[in-house]
Design a protein around this ligand. Sequence first.
Ligand code: GAL
Length: 728
Amino acid sequence: MRKLLLSLFSLSMLTGVAAAAPAVKWEKEGPGVWNLTVGRPDTFNLTSALELTPRTDAMQSLGDSPLPIDTSLITTQLIDGKTYLRLPLDKGEKIFGLGLNFKTVEQRGRLMRLHVDHYGKVDNGRTHAPVPFYVSSKGYGALINAARYIDVYVGTSNRVDSKNAPQAKDRNTDRTWEAMPYSDNLEFLIPAEGVEVVFFTGDNMLDVVRRYNLYQGGGALPPRWGLGFWHRTPTRFTDRQVLDEVAEFRRRNFPLTVIGLEPGWMSKAYPCTYQWDAKRFPEPQGFLDSLTAQNIRTNVWMNAGVSPDCDVYGTVKPLSSSHTLWNGLVPDYSLPQVRDIMAGHFLKHQLNLGVSGYKMDENDGFDQWIFPDVATFPSGHTAEQMRQVYGSLMQKTTTDMYRAANRRTYGLVRSANAGTASFPYVLYNDYYNHRDFITALINSSFIGVLWTPEVRGSKTSEDWLRRMQTVCFSPLAMLNAWADGTKPWSFADVEKDVYDIAMLRMQLIPYLYTAFADYHFEGTPPVRAMNLEPAFTTETTVVENGKLDGTDNPYAMASKREMKDQFMVGRDLLVAPLFAGETERKVVLPQGKWYDFYTGEYAGEGEVITAAPGLARIPVYVRDGAIVPLFPPIAKLDGKKLPLEIRHYGEKPGSFSLYDDDGETFDYENGNYTRIKLRVEIKKGKKKGYVDVPKGARVWSFDGNYNFKFMTLAGARPASSSAAMKRK
Ligand code: GAL
């Protein structure tokens, strides 16, 4: 002890700062949830800022599994007002999450500073949702619950006192020299005098993520119309032009459930009035009524800056930041009275007229387009803290407003953080890289956020179609034509294929709506990484050694092949998008048998296959025994009950708990919903389907015509001659 004190003393002499071991407290919050309090954490953190209610019952039903790490190896220090936190890492342990990354899925070996920002082409922590939550392949996850810029060293740092340190090697002579030696640490530097860390466990990584999502109140359940097809019109369109555009969709029978208006709907934008422009939209109520009559919802763009011409400018001024955004006020949304003022304004000018929701732009920063870190806020929270939660607070404000009116909303937002899983918002950005959009889609599932790989424009019809295919298998299927006015049918040679995939999106609504119900009630991400599939045991990490001593990168590192271009949608669909320029691709199938979505043919089992389905199709595979309920091809949702096509795939019997409710309100929270059990039994090789509607239960969406379709012929064997795939 004396020795330790002496060394601490000499350390502070050398550095001029005092190192101290802060008070540490462990508390079990519930089954599979532990809370570690280090020092004096900020009371304003990622979850407390949002006043969340965990879904404790559902968390309970996940059971209680022990924390699979040796907690004595977790070390903490307080130096210079900052908290140093170190956790052990095993050899071979994989780490996922830590923000909405666009290029990487496995985070081991990365250094980042988690910081809300527009993504800048590097996975360095600056992103739209820099969520400080990771999930480990050891079967646990941890949330560093601080609204701070957090530095993370994910298995990159090595300590002199490491019990497990790698050996020094001579790069001149030893070919096994590594640019990044193995590290047994996961280290965090939190610029605060303490931190709260919440640990989650589960039988597998999916259960860990489920528990983390339930802790935040469960995932969002969008209104049913939110899962249809969205189209955003050019920014300065008038009411007439928008209505004409809608008429064109209807004339072509092209799916459309939501129309999006961009900045031009407002009298002034950048900064915003949040009030209708009198020239372009002289009669907003009539305009919105006419859309509602056509079963079209309206989503409107906004950003954070409040214009001097906004009706509430004067009221909100004393409650805003010291700094402006595009010369508009930046309201302190952490203050309840600000949320009330702004929600009152939004209610009057949008919700009460029939607007269904928002696209809340630019709350991520792009650095110069947000308040600087020297800004101050009336709440006393620092600009750093506000930056980390600004988008989350805007989500809370509008979510609460719609909830108070008992109407569900679904919208878009450009920043989020931990705690927002239950808010019905989907992230997007301006980056527009198709491949990286899919990696973001995959990563969103580790961290409790949703992402859309929205379609804007393309240089070729092939790229256009490939992007459309991807977006139709995402949480929000949208064409964002705000800048150039592209239409879904703009590329004549693929017009029919784009139409078909948008129709398939509409058909999938019952399946997707159930996936979102499972997100809400059980915490299961509706679109998720292959790594979260318990059946995904195939060892896919292929390490390719880099070439040393190159002029461009003298420390070339080995690169890993990760699962960043295929993903799961809902319970049983595996989607493997193709990109422009490709005619075929490799698909890794998890354990168990998998079948082609379109033909029902056998595709493979726990192996790598090559998919070559042609331009019109995106490769989609279905798990053995899966049931996929589909609407008929429809262009709109008009509240009429519809027949249901119930597809069964493979050779195993199966069941599916189809979710149904009114699709619009929060009445489901009071038990106003129905689970319809769809079953397929196989007796003596004969398949038979059953539909069990609980006695007296209300059905909102289906007209009682339940038509089973057995996609896989009995006794079907590996279809080696299948045109859809070649075997490796
Ligand atoms: C961008 C946004 C676009 C569009 C545009 C309007 O920041 O990402 O989708 O809304 O603003 O000015």
